[in-house]
Design a protein around this ligand. Structure first.
Ligand SMILES: Cc1cc2nc3c(=O)[nH]c(=O)nc-3n(C[C@H](O)[C@H](O)[C@H](O)COP(=O)(O)O)c2cc1C
Length: 192
């Protein structure tokens, strides 16, 4: 059975549209699902000590470094263990929510999720699909004020997740019913 990692990042835990859309994508794809809510995961801001530990070879890390990296290690393991990643992402102030940025800083691990080669960086999380359920209040997805789509594309592509699909519902502050209905019908048309 396909193993799906379902991640949400909206701080709204009760009536979030990106959460509804990400859940609909997961339901449509079907599989064995692990759920990760970044808004309630108490993710660490990476510190100087994190960076030092990231750049210390695995076998040379001391106990304190291993403890410090436990959360990051768990998140990285989770990414590798699944075939498909689905992430709910609301636009906050033209960009991704802080919880998703914390997550990104914790899973970009030199030597583990990416490496530098003579021809440039290479992502190590390969052979997986990633779906984004992206919502905005007013900014049109794909417009010059949308810093979310290019940022998601570049960041996850950098880690090797290049098979990307964005299901977007923009302008939800203006025309929520029509925009959501369009996004849900796009999800209905996804190949299971
Ligand atoms: C803190 C915050 C910042 C937001 N910033 C933007 C923004 O820059 N541009 C925009 O179009 N909508 C913005 N919105 C609106 C949200 O993107 C929109 O309501 C979206 O549907 C929220 O997703 P959610 O329902 O999953 O939480 C913002 C909403 C919040 C709460």
């Amino acid at each position: 059975m396909t193993k799906i990692l379902h991640i949400d990042s909206s701080s709204n835990t009760t009536s979030s549209n990106s959460r509804k859309l990400s859940a609909a994508i997961v339901a449509k794809l079907g599989g064995d699902v692990t759920y990760r809510d970044l808004a309630t995961s108490n993710l660490s801001v990476i510190s100087e000590a994190h960076i030092a530990a990231f750049y210390t070879p695995k076998d040379d890390r001391n106990d304190a470094q291993n403890i410090l990296l436990a959360q990051s290690d768990e998140l990285v393991k989770e990414l590798f263990e699944h075939d498909v990643i689905v992430i709910g992402v609301p636009m906050y102030n033209f960009n991704i929510p802080g919880s998703l940025k914390l997550y990104q800083d914790l899973v970009a691990r030199v030597g583990e999720t990416f490496v530098y080669t003579e021809t440039g960086p290479k992502g190590l999380i390969e052979g997986k699909k990633i779906y984004f359920a992206l919502t905005t209040g007013g900014v049109p997805i794909g417009s010059e004020m949308d810093y979310v789509s290019p940022s998601l594309k570049s960041y996850f592509g950098f880690l090797g997740l290049t098979d990307q699909t964005i299901i977007g519902a923009d302008g939800l502050a203006v025309d929520p019913e029509v925009k959501l209905a369009t996004a849900f019908s796009e999800i209905e048309n996804l190949a299971a």
